[in-house]
Every structure is written in structure tokens, then in C-alpha cells.
Design a protein around this ligand. Sequence first.
Ligand SMILES: NC(=O)c1ccc[n+]([C@@H]2O[C@H](COP(=O)([O-])OP(=O)(O)OC[C@H]3O[C@@H](n4cnc5c(N)ncnc54)[C@H](OP(=O)(O)O)[C@@H]3O)[C@@H](O)[C@H]2O)c1
Length: 270
Amino acid sequence: MKTLVTGATGMVGRRVLTEFTRRGLPAVGASRTAERRLDWTDTSNWAEVLEGTTRMFVVTPVGTALGHRVAAFLERAAAIGVERVVVMSAMGTEHAPSDSDQRAAEFKAKELFERVTVLRPNWLFQDFTEGTFANLARSRNGRLELPVKRRTEIAFVDARDVAAVAVAALVDDHGGKEYTLTGPEAVTVGRVVRSTKGTDSPVWRFKPVDESRFYYRASDRGWSDRYIDTLNERFAAAVTGRAAETTDDVHAALGREPIPLGRFARESTL
Ligand SMILES: NC(=O)c1ccc[n+]([C@@H]2O[C@H](COP(=O)([O-])OP(=O)(O)OC[C@H]3O[C@@H](n4cnc5c(N)ncnc54)[C@H](OP(=O)(O)O)[C@@H]3O)[C@@H](O)[C@H]2O)c1
């Protein structure tokens, strides 16, 4: 039994892989820069990547128009007899158009496999330490400029909780379950910044900006229009309060409460 972890260098995939290694369970990490090279845009070694795989963790990159590639990979996986698939999309993907990258991956997985678990995490705390927010702040001397209001609240979830649910779904059977994963409370971006100041977070200050200012900063980083548009859609949803919702799904999957902001801040190391 071998588990293939795609997005293996990412914030969640890396932690899924670490947990498999800690438990002594066979798993292989795949991405463009991981141990096993997997590029969604290059089908040439997919048969090799999939060889011996029985379970898979599937991450569709955001705003890349690669949904149809991931769907094609899922078809190959079904053809070689992969039995169990955990698909990670994002909170609210169930409301996205059926041809959007992440919704399409969810649909394809459900169409092809009997045991599918869907994880839809809210924004991750780790965006501040290793993801998009960290990246933006590093280029602005620690100032994080996002198109959300000072009062906008988001129930950030810890990537360790998302990874723990992914591992549970891969190892035990959570087939048919769809988990919307949030932290225990909704907090403002400013509060996270104040809580993580002085830790390894490169974010020192938060400044709300409008969408066009965010676009300007993000395209300066070399990000594609499609990626920026996807982020802007998610920020717009947050401004309307949709990311402030908390769910019990971490508890339902793991039997424990999600990691709160205080613990993330105490333990945030890169
Ligand atoms: N960040 C968040 O707050 C958040 C919240 C909810 C849901 N999500 C979901 O999590 C997923 C990843 O989000 P993220 O961008 O924040 O994650 P990330 O941690 O940056 O991970 C992205 C992963 O995708 C891999 N990847 C990128 N392009 C690839 C390609 N062409 N072929 C193969 N692998 C590729 C990257 O590895 P290489 O560079 O080595 O290829 C990396 O391992 C998305 O589905 C997103 O919707 C994220």
C-alpha cells in the first residue's frame, strides 16, 4: 500500500508527508521540486509517478488553469486501481462554478473513485509564515497589504490540522465525507499580525488596500492575472463575512479541537 502525496512541498502536503514518515507508513511526495517529480503540465512520467499507488492526496494549484490536467491524472490513477483519494480544495468551493479548477477536481474524483474525502480548508495561519502573505510582506519590508477591511474576520485554520485530517482520511476510512476546515474562532488579519510579531513571521504590519492596489503589488511579484483574480475572489468573500464561519469539522474528523491562534503564534517556526 503506497500513498502518493501531491503538492508535497506545499504548506499542507509537506506536513502530510512528514506524518507518514513519522508513522513509518509508505508515502512518496510529488511536485515539480519534490522527491518524485510531478508537473501537472507534463504527462511524460505520470505512469512512473503513479506506479504502485493505492491512495492519493491531491492538491490542485490555485489560479493556474490546471484543473483539466489534475482531472486527467485522476483518470490515470483510477485506471491503475488507486482506491482512496483525498482531494484538497478550499472553503466555499462547493459554491464555485462546476468548471472551476478546484470544483472540477472534486467532481472528477467523486465520479471516478468509491472512497473520496474532500477537504475544504479556510485560509491557513501558515500563509503568514510561509505562504502568500509572507511572500507579499517580505517584498514590502514587513508590511502586508491585502484587499480586506480592518474589521474583516477570518476563521484561519492551522495547516497542521488540515494535514492531520488528510492523514486520518488516507489511513482510516473517511470516504464520502466533505470537511470544511476552520480554526476555532474568527479573527482579524491585524490580530494575527499582532500575535505573531516577534516570531518567525515576516509580517510586521497590516494595511488594508483596495483590489487594484493589491493587483499592482501582486503583479509586481510576477503572479499571473488568473492567480491574482482567484485571490481577489477569496478576499471579496472574506469581506462579506463568508470566511468568518467556524465549523466543527476538525473535531468531527480528529476528535479534538482545532489549533487556536495563540498556539500557532507560540509555535510558529519556519
Ligand atoms: N493557502 C491557503 O490559505 C489555502 C487555504 C485553503 C485552501 N488552499 C488550497 O491549497 C492548495 C494549495 O494552495 P497554496 O498555493 O497556498 O499551496 P502551497 O503551499 O503553495 O502548495 C502548492 C503546491 O503545489 C505544487 N505545484 C505548484 N504548481 C505545480 C505544478 N505545475 N505541478 C505540480 N505541482 C505543482 C507546489 O510544489 P512545486 O512548486 O514543487 O511544484 C506545492 O507543493 C490549493 O488547492 C488551495 O486552494 C490554500
